[in-house]
Design a binder for this molecule. Sequence first.
Ligand SMILES: C=C(OP(=O)(O)O)C(=O)O
Ligand SMILES: [Mg+2]
Length: 560
Amino acid sequence: MTFTGVGVSPGRVLGTVRQMPAQVSEPPAGEPLDPSTSAEDAAAALRAASSAVQADLKSRAERAHGDAKAVLQATAQMATDSMLLKTAVKHIDRGLSAERAIWEASASVAEMLHNLGGYMAERSTDVFDVRSRIVAQLRGVPAPGIPTATTPFVLVAEDLAPADTATLDPDQIIALVTSGGGPQSHTAIIARALGLPAVVAAVGADALADGTEVYIDGAAGTIVVDPGAEELAAATAWTAMASRLSDFDGNGRTADGHLVPLLANVGGAKDAVAAAAAGAQGVGLLRTEFCFLGRDTEPSIEEQVEAYRGVFDAFGGKKVVIRTLDAGADKPLPFLTDATEPNPALGVRGYRTDWTTPGVLDRQLAAIASATEGSAADVWVMAPMIATVDEAEHFASMCASAGLKTPGVMVEIPAAALRSELIFEHVEFASIGTNDLTQYTMAADRQLGPLAALNSPWQPAVLQLIGLTVAGAVAEGHDKPVGVCGEAAADPALAVVLTGLGVSTLSMTSRALAAVAAVLASVTLDQAKDLAQLALAAPTAAAAKESVRSRLPVLAELGL
Ligand SMILES: C=C(OP(=O)(O)O)C(=O)O
Ligand SMILES: [Mg+2]
């Protein structure tokens, strides 16, 4: 049997399925203690469950590395927190079930931590994590979150939340399959960043039983159940090819020498150091909100300076494009965004948060300016979610007030693409966010699996808007650079099309640099321009993709 979804990160592997356990549901309010259980026994069961959760988290922490290890250690600590357990036991003593008692105790402890602010406030997420785990343990169901196993496995989930991905260990997980999620969803972005083969929107994959043997083709988007010799050969060939594709010599250029600097998308200093080691020619997108995800207080200027300087230091003498906070929709930041908005993707997000929470953007620009002092990096600053010419003008004036010399905008709303010529009168550059540009052009939520086909950056309408943006950049009176920093840049065939459309830099996860460089080097600039015209003229996204891919034989040679 074969399932088909949307391939979002290349790679061919064989492995065993592990399903992501379902979310733990809230025990009903007022759920009473079972009459056959005494309060003492319920309290003892609660203590035993919390110790079991702690032991599990500790053993996972021992096997994990880096950030995942630190997250797991902190959560393990919280599992047997004395205040948490004492409060829960009080609830049991007044007649609540152990499950409801720990649920309510967690809410009050989390609120108290939250009110303490700073580091303590951040621990409130750990409280909620252990709460779900303890309830699952009491109910005898699998713990929520990424499962553990003694051997590497293929993780199958409905979709992954940003918090899950913090504990996603690429040594344990060899591929990702989701039944939901679109090609620009968080899961897809993380899979590419980790170099894990991934298929999203694979309808029916949630029915695969744990332990099922599967073959995953992350480029074709297929999942073959009970694979045979053919799939084994394909997986073996991919492993050999992947090592050939692991080196990037730091040069993005076409076969006839047209330079296309290949930059990295990073979320902080750690990524930046890895990107520099992978040969990235600079940073095309520093997602500053990733430095502060999960925080519910605004980071201080000092914290920001430290976070940004870590990235600048990794790229001395090179370009670093830093994006101001893009809070909202798939990247909520509680100190800026309103979780109750009915339509977050169309709401107060990105640059717009300056209207509802003025001051945060000014302070961020001041922090960026301060981080650039004494840094050898060439720092460019851009705002996300710019829709109009006067927004671009206002952002440029804010940058000027902060002493920042190279202001730019992200073009990710069709209105900005259509009006780019006027926008370029105020800013020095633009970077196209194809993830959001596609979502807004096609009116298709980038996180929704059923809309994955609409949500493809191969949509000719999206390509046309990219072409218009470039045309506006080179219109009479100015000649300004336009980069692409959406996931489209990491698709080697689309990278050729973008180059042919006149895009001057491509920014992607550093894992994709070598593959993009190899495919770009297989065509001349004129061939890239011809392929761009072919894609623009195609009637559908699928036809655009197919006709371009069929003219790039190097893709098949490299297994991409
Ligand atoms: C690069 C982009 O920004 P993000 O994915 O962070 O919204 C985009 O929208 O293409
Ligand atoms: Mg975006």
